[in-house]
Design a protein around this ligand. Structure first.
Ligand code: NDP
Length: 306
């Protein structure tokens, strides 16, 4: 029987682990196959306090993990496949293996969204990607497109300029949603060309991406553009599939937490980070809520006489 199981190992989960292990709760972290979360596919993090020169995302997560390990967090690099929160102790499964816990902290984060085109699926890994950091280097001196108008799209486009001959940003409106500083960098970059009011409607090619079809949604005109790679950067979906029916989620699938706390609809189950935050979604806010979750869990266990 575990006192606390933490599911997910991004900034939220690892901060919860640091706090829970320092509180002698000896947490078990089931970190997932994609351990470290979204920062593992980020390059420079320039807005995490304490690193005035910036730090690479994977390096930051490595430091978080080392700190959690130092205080006795145990790690299991597998995915939780099923949970039962209907009674105490809570039950969690990793395949056939079952775990029991008095409290659970969910910090499973969010994953990249796709447009839903058949061709997008077909070319995934053969020119279509949702992670420039992972795949950008394959497109040296080639032409790539980035779909989206938020900060992620700006970040991906700017990163891709390091490799690509030209980067085309395709955005469905005539203004970016991204912060002004990022949007300005993209607009002023000599290697970046922007297609406003435009939608990617198809991806064509034989074995790999060769051309894309883009529709101008003002004129309805469709043009075919030679392209070697397509990066989809249109936002994220919370990783809550295994919690459906177990705890309350909002219509977009984010876990609902009680105001000013990490309490979910099930007493003893807490949620932190992007999995419950469609608004801020920053490493620092995730880390902050991970700290809150560990404190909430510790106090809750104490009140249970544990
Ligand atoms: P956002 O939700 O901010 O932006 C998504 C973008 O994709 C929007 O421009 C949206 O268009 C577009 N989009 C969504 N669905 C579709 C679709 N089906 N077809 C075409 N376009 C679509 O997500 P991000 O991932 O960019 O950012 C999420 C949060 O993370 C934000 O708060 C952002 O500021 C933050 N962030 C911060 C970074 C940093 O500070 N370094 C880096 C990355 C993210 P529309 O504008 O029309 O809605």
């Amino acid at each position: 029987m575990e006192k606390v199981i933490i599911i997910g190992s991004g900034p939220a989960g690892l901060t919860a682990a640091i706090y829970a292990s320092r509180a002698n709760l000896s947490p078990l972290m089931i970190e997932g196959f994609e351990a470290g979360g979204q920062l593992m596919t980020t390059t420079d993090v320039e807005n995490y306090p304490g690193f005035p020169e910036g730090i690479m995302g994977p390096e930051l997560m490595h430091l978080f993990k080392k700190q959690a390990e130092r205080f006795g967090t145990r790690f299991l690099t597998k995915n939780v496949t099923k949970v039962d929160f209907s009674q105490q102790p809570f039950r969690l499964w990793v395949g056939e293996e079952e775990f029991k816990a008095q409290s659970v902290i969910i910090s499973t984060g969010a994953s990249a969204k796709y447009l839903g085109l058949e061709s997008e699926k077909a070319f995934l890994g053969r020119g279509v990607s949702a992670c420039a950091t992972c795949d950008g280097a394959f497109f040296k001196n080639m032409n790539v497109a980035v779909v989206g108008g938020g900060d992620t799209a700006m970040e991906e486009a700017l990163f891709l300029t390091r490799f690509a001959k030209q980067v085309t940003v395709i955005h469905r409106r005539d203004a970016f949603r991204a912060s002004k500083i990022m949007a300005d960098k993209v607009k002023n970059h000599e290697k970046i060309n922007i297609l406003w009011n435009s939608e990617l409607v198809d991806i064509l090619g034989k074995d790999n991406v060769e051309r894309i079809k883009v529709k101008n949604n003002k004129t309805e005109e469709i043009s075919e553009i030679p392209m070697d790679g397509v990066f989809i950067a249109i936002g994220h979906k919370p990783n809550t599939d295994i919690f459906q029916g177990q705890i309350e989620l909002n219509p977009q699938g984010y876990i609902l937490t009680k105001p000013h706390s990490t309490w979910t609809s099930v007493e003893g189950v807490f949620a932190a980070g992007d999995v419950q935050d469609p608004t801020y979604r920053q490493a620092i806010t995730a880390a902050g809520s991970g700290c809150m979750a560990a404190i909430d869990a510790e106090r809750w266990l104490e009140n249970q006489g544990q």
